[in-house]
Design a protein around this ligand. Structure first.
Ligand code: ZN
Ligand code: ZN
Length: 150
């Protein structure tokens, strides 16, 4: 879990703008999901979300997540199990990385300090070399066992 500062007002404003641009309505149900994802602080499965808000129905959560994903407010994370996990997109939450547990599938966020991120970018650029590939960013997962499974 990271100590990133989350300004819910900014996140709602950015999400609302994306919804409007895509001609979707930023309903209270969708706002609630964005707040849940911001509050959980790590990628969440649909059962995780339903556990925190038993009144939500799986079908509405699924549908609203799909729309939030379509407008780029939410992104889906692939873990070591076959359960989809969702988090607020990097555009909203900032660049970060994931710790993925190979045993239980738990995904946690971690942030690499800015200076190390720049070193990482340099290493990656060198590795890519003259392939002609033009990188726009990177995704880096660390896999292993979470504290509970270790
Ligand atoms: Zn685990
Ligand atoms: Zn990075």
């Amino acid at each position: 879990m990271s100590d990133r500062q989350i300004d819910l007002g900014d996140i709602h404003a950015a999400t609302a703008a994306r919804m409007t641009a895509a001609e979707h309505v930023y309903t209270s149900g969708r706002r609630e999901l964005v707040e849940l994802l911001a509050g959980i602080g790590r990628p969440a499965t649909i059962p995780d979300l339903l556990e925190t808000r038993p009144k939500l129905t799986q079908s509405s959560v699924y549908r609203n997540l799909a729309i939030l994903e379509e407008v780029g407010a939410v992104q889906k994370i692939v873990s070591s199990d076959d359960r989809a996990r969702y988090e607020l997109s990097e555009e909203l939450m900032g660049h970060h990385h994931h710790l993925i547990c190979l045993s239980c599938g738990l995904v946690d966020d971690f942030v690499v300090p800015a200076r190390s991120e720049r070193s990482l970018e340099t290493i990656l650029e060198r590795a890519i070399g003259d392939t002609g590939f033009r990188p726009s960013g990177h995704r880096l997962d660390v896999v292993g066992l979470c504290a509970r499974c270790a």
